[in-house]
Every structure is written in structure tokens, then in C-alpha cells.
Design a protein around this ligand. Structure first.
Ligand code: NOJ
Length: 721
């Protein structure tokens, strides 16, 4: 349709039909009450008028259902406006790849894009029109269980990976049935809830917001994301879905976003609970005034919006603007010509879990694992005959992480399967040892685990946090490994020091006690479908670990929030960090620095950084600077290394971070190979939200370094004139 035809269509709609375009319900509510919904939503069912006017649907299962939903709706809708079908495809649909936080540790935008591309193929075949992805909430506090959904504590990584996902998922042309529209979320600063508790209020200065939280969403919108989801939280006192400053002023006016804004699940309803709306009608008015186009599932628009327009409380032009955005998106997706879009049962069969996708998922799991410690234990010897696999995750099938599709665990390669695939002749004894739940005090399995460890040549000790401990509504106040896992580790390692601790978890955990005793530690996060194969290949050196932490690991939960790019203080703590210095910014009972800093990760080979050279030491705002880092693979294995470039602004009108990642690149080096990585630095990268609350740079001296956070090396300075 051209824009004229779209306007005609809009003009032909009744008030109820217009409102219907802004209403979204769960597929389960829509077809039949399969979700067992009670209360006001339940009463809607099986209302025929709902089916007639409904604009979009959330969460459905497969292509057959997508088509059935569309058929049912099209038959009932006199205006024949197709439904929009939306789904959360966060780290894969049927082929699950590692959780986003792990993908961040890959430090590889191309790998993230490759995974997103595979998700696009599976999603489009399933009939998805819109995915609620990418999530780019910068998170600097792992108490917040949704940290697993983000790529990093660093907005640069979130923005780059988010943009890469948007580009590959939406493609050049959304009407291509293989492409899927992206909804970037959760705007804004959802990752900074007070005390790390999900849904909690966010209080943040405009400077911090502009520098640390907003850029990643902006990067995704600049990449073309067609939808945005305002977050649940209040931001400086105003819930995002009603936050006119955030939505109208920044999003629509400053950034020029003309796509669709969709509330998060029942967030319009929550305006009443927040206490900023005096009842449902008021909530609808507030959300509409903030430009929230679609109301996700809480039925407030459905019930109240038409009346509000009739009464003149919500102007009809405001309604029309919102409806037009939704119609424009449907049109862009080509739904008027092809309401099924890509839904195709045959294609589903062909792409789901196909060999190519499994290979990508396995490689992603290998390249996002982070080797934290290795005292000569890894890689394991190929001639081992007798290995013990011990720990609560030994036979667990829940290795996919939050947002994996229901049933995805059935397709997951378990750890024993992965080990047997690679080492078929190995004798593998499996002992669970203990559970991993909070409050799990059962020690009765430890003795058998110790015996198994003592009789084996090597031990793979799989520890961590249950899959459902991270994700939405899964905050924790204490980030140690739950239950008696540490005791299990102590006894097993005592029985057999040839032990590698492998970790499965969706957030940075406090591993301080484990680190004291474990000779080797490998952080696997939640690796997805190919978990077992990837782990086996990493353990036996078929793959070489190359992940770097995209969020630091704390020594103790009390260090949070713990950003690596912390601001300088007037009383910085002197070295050494192991000692307290009263009246400086430090703790009496723990060092300041994390156990493992942002950017850290080992390899089975050794990389030697030889030099960092600048092509000039003075630049004007119009000029560029080339920074060349030379490194060499001094070990005996091929390996990948992420070269990281950090900036420090020495003097500015406002306090600046002690270190700031401004670029990164992952390179592969053969044994003995030397390579040069050249980054271009421009004035744009030196900008910040300055004294006058403008984005700008200030002349002065800057430092550039490589290495990783808190361990910067080869520093050189330059001047901006
Ligand atoms: C709530 C979550 O906060 C959001 O991330 C998700 O996209 C929606 N539910 C839809 O499932």
C-alpha cells in the first residue's frame, strides 16, 4: 500500500477498530483460554469482537498456529487488517545459542550477528513478525537477574551488538518474508534498579543516563529498529510508559523515532499500581500522551480508550497517530499482501536445529566461554581413561538460560553426551554430589562424589546457579553459589587436585572462595543447545577459550554496583588494593577491584602485547588518530584474542571515568604469528555530557591504553587541540 491508501484505510476505521489496532493479547487468551486466565482478561473470552478488532498477538507456538490465528482474525475482520505476531526470540528460537551476557563475552559483533541471523531464519519460518529483541539495558549490578539478557555492563558493546542484531534480523526489506522486525527494549535504564531488585525504581542523573544508558538504545534505533518497548521501571520518578520526557522529548523529538512503541507486559495497568494514575482511564491517558502505541495484554486500551476519545480526553488525532504507526509497520512487513509473512511448516522442519545452526550454536558456545584460571590443568589430556563428572549440573538438561523456548532443553546436548561424543572410550563416572538450590543443605551425596574424584585421573566439577535463578523477577541479594556447592568443591578438590571447575550461571557470581582452591575455572554461562559438545571440545582443547568478561566478577556482593568505568574520586585508593587506607575511597573488609575484571579472559595460548603506537600526538576535532597495537601469539596453539582500547580523559569540566572502553577487535593468530590491530580514534569518541549539559569534547590530554580493565598496559598520551 502507498501512504495515500494507508490514510484511506485509517479513515475508514471505526473508533473501536482504531483502538483494536493498539491492543495486544496473548495467543492463549485469544484463541481459547488455554492459559487459564482469570479475572477481567478471562472474561473477555471467547469474545468474538476481540477477534474481530484485535491488532496484534503475543507469544504463539509455531507456523501452524500463526496461520490459524491469522485466518481466524482475517475471517472476522471486515477491514481485513492482518494481525501482527510477536514473540520473544532472545537467544535463538529452537536452536538456542548462549545467553546475551555470554555473547557479550564473545566480544565479536560478527558472531552475534551470525547467531541472530540463524534466529531470524527460524523465527520467520515460525511466523514471527516482530521479535522483542535486542535487549540492551546496560547493567552494572548482577543482583539484577535480568543481567543475563544484556550483553555487557558497557554500553559500547550493547550498542554494537544490538545494532548488529537489528541489521541482520530486519534485513534490507521487511516485506521479505524471511525478515523480522526488531523491538529494542527496555527503554530506559531498566538495568539500573535500586538495590538490584527487578522492577524497582531507577534514580539516575541525566548525565549518567545520557552517557551510559541511552546510547545503546539509540544505536539500535539508528540501525533501523522499528519498535521500542518502554521499561517497567520509574525513571527519576516517572514510569517509562508515561514518561513524556523520555518518550516524546528524547525518543521522538531528539532522535526522530517514528516507529511503534509498545508497552511492556501490563505496564499501562501498572501506572495505577505505581500511584501515578488515578485509575485505569487515567493510566490510558498518560500512556497515550507519552506516545505508547500498543498496550501489551492488560486490556486497558481495549476497555477504556474509545470512551476517552469520545469524551475528548484523548484527542482523536493522538489515536490516529498511534494507529497509523501500527498500520505503517504492518504495511512495511508486507502483511496486507501476505498476512502469513514467513510462516511455513516445511521451512520450520528444515531450519530448526539443522546441522548448520547447531554448528553455529556450538561455535558460539565455545567462543563465549571465559577461562578464568588455569594452573596447567587444561586442556585435559587426550589419553585420560577415567574421568569423574561431579556436581549438580552433571546431568542437568537446563543449560539454555532464561528465554529459551519451552521444551528447548529436550534438544540440548547434555554434558555427558558431549563428552561421550568427543571421547567415546572414556570411562566417565557421574556423581551429582549436591543440589544447587538456595537452602539446599543435603550433603548425603558428597561422600560418593569424593570417592569418585579420588578414583579418577581428572575431575570435571560442574557448579553454578540453577537456570531459573536469573531472568525476569529473579534478583538475588547474595551472589555466592547456592547450597553446599562450595563444600562439595573443597572436598572434591582435596580428593583430586586435578580438577577443573566449570560454571553454569546467568549472572556474575561471587567465586572468591572457589578461586582460592580450584586449579582451573571455566565460565560457561548458559551455552544453549550445543552445551555438552562445546564444553567437551573446550576441555580437551579441540576449541581454545577466547571469551573475555563483558561484566566483571565481584569478590563480594557488597561491591555492587561495580562499574569498571567508575568515575574518578577526590580520594582514590592508593595501591596495593589488598590493603585498606582509611579516608580514601575503599572498603575496610575487601579490596576495591573485582575478583576478575571486565575484559579479562585466558587462553590456552599466550598473547604478548608488544607495542601501542599513535600516528600523531596532537589532533584537531576534524582529524583522526590511528592507534596500532602489535601483538604476538607466543604460545603453541592457534587462538583468538580481543584487543581492547581504553581511553582516559585526564582533565575535564566534569569528572570522567578512570577507564573507558572505546573500541575492540577480535583477531585470530596462529602460533608464533604477529599481527597489528589499528583503531581509528575521532573527536566523537572523546565526547561526553559536559558541564553545560551538551554532548561535546574538550581540548586537553587523553590517555590510550590496551590490556583489560584495571590492568591497562602500553599507555600513550595525545592531545586534542
Ligand atoms: C515482559 C518482559 O519484561 C519483556 O522483556 C518481554 O519482551 C515481554 N514481557 C513480552 O514477553
Amino acid at each position: 500500500m502507498n501512504s495515500e491508501q494507508l490514510r484511506e484505510l485509517l479513515g475508514s476505521l471505526t473508533l473501536e477498530e482504531k483502538v483494536g489496532q493498539l491492543v495486544q493479547f496473548n495467543a492463549g487468551q485469544f484463541i481459547e483460554n488455554s492459559l487459564g486466565i482469570t479475572g477481567p482478561d478471562g472474561e473477555l473470552l471467547p469474545a468474538e469482537d476481540l477477534n474481530r478488532v484485535m491488532g496484534s498477538v503475543l507469544t504463539f507456538e509455531n507456523a501452524a498456529q500463526a496461520k490459524a490465528l491469522q485466518d481466524q482474525h482475517m475471517a472476522a475482520d471486515p477491514k481485513k487488517i492482518p494481525l501482527l505476531l510477536m514473540l520473544d526470540v532472545i537467544h535463538g528460537l529452537r536452536t538456542t545459542y548462549p545467553i546475551p551476557l555470554a555473547m557479550g563475552c564473545g566480544f565479536d559483533d560478527a558472531l552475534t550477528a551470525e547467531c541472530a541471523d540463524m534466529a531470524r531464519k527460524e523465527s520467520s519460518a515460525c511466523g514471527v513478525h516482530v521479535t522483542f529483541n535486542p535487549m540492551v539495558d546496560t547493567a552494572r549490578d548482577a543482583r539484577w537477574g535480568r543481567i543475563l539478557e544484556t550483553y555487557s555492563e558497557e554500553p559500547l558493546i550493547n550498542g554494537r551488538m544490538g545494532a548488529a542484531i537489528v541489521k541482520v534480523t530486519q534485513g534490507e526489506d521487511l516485506s521479505d518474508p524471511e525478515n523480522v522486525a526488531c523491538c529494542v527494549k527496555h527503554y530506559a535504564a531498566y538495568g539500573a534498579p535500586e538495590a538490584g531488585r527487578d522492577y524497582n525504581s531507577v534514580e539516575i542523573s541525566e548525565r549518567m543516563l545520557r552517557e551510559t544508558y541511552l546510547p545503546a538504545y539509540k544505536a539500535c534505533l539508528d540501525a533501523g529498529a522499528r519498535l521500542i518497548m518502554p521499561s517497567f521501571n520509574s525513571l527519576n520518578g516517572i514510569p517509562s510508559v508515561a514518561n513524556k520526557w523520555l518518550m516524546n522529548r528524547v525518543l521522538r523529538k531528539e532522535w526522530g523515532f517514528d516507529g511503534v512503541a509498545i508497552s511492556d507486559y501490563a505496564a499501562v495497568n501498572e501506572l495505577v499500581v505505581h500511584g501515578v494514575a488515578d485509575g485505569p482511564e487515567d493510566a490510558v491517558r498518560l500512556a497515550m500522551e507519552a506516545g505508547c502505541d500498543i498496550d501489551m495484554v492488560d486490556n486497558f486500551y481495549y476497555r477504556y480508550l474509545a470512551d476517552l476519545v469520545r469524551k475528548g480526553i484523548v484527542p482523536e488525532e493522538m489515536l490516529d497517530t498511534a494507529v497509523m504507526r501500527v498500520l505503517a509497520l504492518k504495511n512495511e512487513l508486507g502483511l496486507f499482501e501476505n498476512p502469513y509473512h514467513g510462516a511455513d511448516e516445511e521451512k520450520e522442519k528444515a531450519v530448526y536445529l539443522c546441522d548448520t545452526h547447531r554448528e553455529i550454536a556450538r561455535r558460539a558456545a565455545e567462543e563465549t566461554a571465559v577461562l578464568l584460571k588455569n594452573e596447567g590443568i587444561l586442556p585435559l589430556k587426550k589419553n585420560l581413561k577415567h574421568v569423574a563428572l561431579i556436581g549438580p549440573f552433571a546431568e542437568d538438561i537446563h543449560l539454555n538460560g532464561f528465554w529459551s523456548r519451552p521444551g528447548a532443553e529436550k534438544d540440548t546436548v547434555t554434558i555427558p553426551e558431549g563428552i561421550r561424543n568427543l571421547m567415546p572410550d572414556l570411562e566417565l563416572i557421574i556423581e551429582k554430589g549436591c543440589g544447587a538450590e538456595i537452602g539446599d543443605t543435603d550433603r548425603s551425596g558428597i561422600a560418593a562424589a569424593v570417592q569418585a574424584a579420588a578414583s579418577a585421573e581428572a575431575v570435571i566439577l560442574v557448579l553454578g546457579e540453577p537456570e531459573n535463578y536469573s531472568g525476569e523477577g529473579r534478583s538475588r541479594a547474595e551472589l555466592t553459589m547456592p547450597g553446599v556447592q562450595q563444600e562439595l568443591a573443597e572436598q572434591v578438590i582435596r580428593a583430586n587436585p586435578n580438577t577443573v571447575a566449570v560454571l553454569f550461571n546467568g549472572r556474575p557470581l561471587v567465586l572468591t572462595e572457589l578461586e582460592k582452591i580450584a586449579p582451573a575455572m571455566l565460565e560457561m554461562w548458559y551455552p544453549g543447545t550445543e552445551a555438552g559438545n562445546a564444553l567437551a571440545r573446550l576441555l580437551w582443547g579441540e576449541a581454545n577459550p577466547c571469551g573475555k568478561l563483558s561484566a566483571g566478577l565481584p569478590r563480594t556482593t557488597g561491591q555492587y554496583p561495580m562499574p569498571y568505568n567508575r568515575m574518578n574520586t577526590g580520594r582514590p585508593k592508593p595501591e596495593p588494593d589488598t590493603q585498606a587506607f582509611p579516608f580514601t575511597s575503599c572498603y575496610l573488609d575487601t579490596p576495591n577491584l573485582p575478583l576478575y575484571s571486565f575484559g579479562f579472559g585466558l587462553s590456552y595460548t599466550d598473547f604478548v602485547y608488544e607495542s601501542l603506537e599513535l600516528d600523531r600526538t596532537v589532533i584537531t576535532p576534524e582529524e583522526q588518530l590511528q592507534v596500532t597495537v602489535t601483538l604476538r601469539n607466543a604460545g603453541e596453539r592457534v587462538g583468538k584474542e580481543t584487543v581492547q582500547l581504553y581511553l582516559r580523559d585526564k582533565v575535564a569540566s566534569v569528572v570522567r571515568p578512570v577507564q573507558q572502553l572505546i573500541d575492540y577487535r577480535k583477531v585470530s593468530l596462529a602460533p608464533g604469528e604477529r599481527t597489528q590491530v589499528t583503531f581509528t580514534v575521532t573527536e566523537k569518541q572523546l565526547r561526553f555530557w559536559d558541564f553545560d549539559c551538551q554532548y561535546g569534547s574538550e581540548p586537553g590530554t587523553f590517555e590510550l591504553s590496551t590490556g583489560y580493565a584495571d590492568h591497562l598496559i602500553l599507555t600513550k598520551t595525545f592531545e586534542l587541540k
